[in-house]
Design a protein around this ligand. Structure first.
Ligand code: NAD
Length: 441
């Protein structure tokens, strides 16, 4: 089967490369000519474990092609995935202009039946809107179906998530389109991946409900962490014990500087907007978003208090990406927090294993460093922002001797307070105060 994917970002490229891996012929299209030129040579413009190898393999086996020409991408494809961005508009709603632009392009180029699939995260009603856009821009009336197939991959483990997803959602109103989608995903069928086949609106809603729920879990545990600090309880133990309850589950219960990235903040915001349009106040989503914004400010307060003021001080900041194993800096808490520190007159020495190039463009006043120890050199405090494995296993005595003051602010609760105290650090983390060890009676 021939398919195409519009947009070669994190989702589009992973989708294209993985379907090529399933044995399909895939054409990936993007309007960014520079990106396509790089991809044609197997040069992936972002960091994602395993993607370069998969792209190289697809190119070598002649199953993966890249183009900037939408007509070429539409021509032979039976299924066309739309995986372009749906960023936030100033009013918080999802900007669907890229999706609609692709819709118009497909409409004008199509000469045979197509299944047109939204893989981008799009609000309820977009499938219908897309159908209308295509219908009104067709040069001749050709049959097509619209399908919603939201993507749940996580940056950092995107390929594994795509090849072994928890579930595949197919929203459609045509039996023919469902059959084609099932055929496409046959390799996942064989490994008994659950499929949820439903209508388009429900499918679109599933993605927002899932992301908003996960974001809510994060805001919930962050709020618990803040309370734990006030009442001298330990949020790590609270979260662990909560997570042991199978009804709750342990995932997304890690206290930290708040959620970020290209999905959670934007999707929560779009859900609030969808609710507003539908006359349904999304109170929980609003609180999730507010708590998340506040958490970033609280982290700055925490750093300021620990350092006894920020002006004229220097912080070593470890990690810029919103989570490990990606160089995605979109809405990363580290960027917002570092910008605030700089604005308050604090010098910031940064290091991230893969996001330095983009990160230092966003934080021009920060000093880029060669590694964690270089960042710590002469700093008044170290702030651990992103829990890269590399930062989980720091040579702590080296860190301590590099720092001007042994102040270690761990915004991911990676290290043990007792151990850090024993090593002579003034150690501050989230939702847990230094504890006195239990003594036998
Ligand atoms: P991205 O910004 O990395 O990539 C989008 C790509 O689309 C860019 O390369 C851009 O040049 C291209 N593009 C824009 N307009 C185009 C057009 N008219 N024709 C062809 N290409 C065009 O975005 P992403 O992170 O891959 O996200 C894409 C969608 O998937 C979003 O809706 C997002 O919410 C959703 N999603 C993202 C993730 C994730 O982890 N990144 C996970 C699940 C779902």
């Amino acid at each position: 089967m021939y398919i195409s994917v519009m947009g070669t970002g994190y989702v589009g490229l992973v989708t294209g490369a993985c379907f090529a891996e399933f044995g399909l012929h895939v054409t990936c299209m993007d309007i960014d000519a520079n990106r396509i030129a790089r991809l044609e040579k197997g040069d992936v413009p972002f960091y994602e474990p395993g993607i370069s190898e998969l792209v190289m393999k697809g190119l070598k086996e002649n199953r993966l092609h890249f183009t900037t020409d939408i007509a070429k991408a539409v021509e032979d494809a039976l299924v066309i995935f739309i995986a372009v961005g749906t960023p936030t508009r100033p009013d918080g709603s999802a900007d669907l202009s890229y999706v609609e632009e692709v819709g118009r392009g497909i409409a004008q180029a199509m000469t045979s039946y197509k299944v047109i699939v939204t893989k981008s995260t799009v609000p309820v009603g977009t499938g219908e809107k897309l159908r209308e856009v295509i219908r009104t821009h067709q040069t001749q009336p050709i049959r097509f179906d619209v399908v919603s197939n939201p993507e749940f991959l996580r940056e950092g483990s995107a390929i594994e998530d795509f090849l072994r997803p928890n579930r595949v959602i197919i929203g459609a109103d045509s039996a023919e389109a469902v059959a084609i989608m099932r055929d496409l995903y046959r390799p996942l069928y064989l490994i008994e991946t659950p499929f949820v086949v439903t209508d388009i609106a429900t499918s679109e809603m599933i993605k927002y409900a899932s992301n908003a729920f996960l974001a809510t879990k994060v805001s919930f545990i962050n709020e618990m962490a803040n309370l734990c600090e006030r009442v001298n309880a330990d949020v790590q133990v609270v979260a662990k014990a909560m997570g042991l309850d199978h009804r709750i589950g342990s995932k997304f219960l890690h206290a930290g500087p708040g959620f970020g990235g290209s999905c959670f903040p934007k999707d929560v915001s779009a859900l609030i907007q969808t609710g507003e349009k539908a006359g349904c106040d999304m109170e929980i989503a609003r609180a999730t978003s507010r708590v998340n914004e506040r958490q970033r400010l609280l982290m700055v307060d925490k750093i300021r208090t620990a350092m006894g003021g920020l002006t004229g001080k220097t912080v070593a900041l470890l990690g810029l990406s919103f989570k490990p194993n990606t160089n995605d800096l979109r809405d990363a808490p580290a960027i917002a927090i570092a910008a605030r520190l700089l604005a308050e007159g604090c010098a910031v020495r940064v290091y991230d294993p893969v996001a330095m190039e983009e990160g230092t463009k966003l934080l021009r006043a920060a000093t880029p460093c060669a590694d964690a120890y270089d960042a710590a050199q002469g700093a008044d405090a170290l702030v651990l922002m992103t829990e890269w494995n590399l930062f989980r296993n720091l040579d702590l005595s080296k860190v301590k001797s590099a720092l001007r003051h042994p102040l270690f602010i761990d915004l991911r609760n990676v290290y043990e307070p007792e151990r850090m105290a024993a090593l002579g650090f003034h150690y501050i983390s989230i939702g847990r105060l230094p504890r006195t060890p239990l003594t036998a009676t």
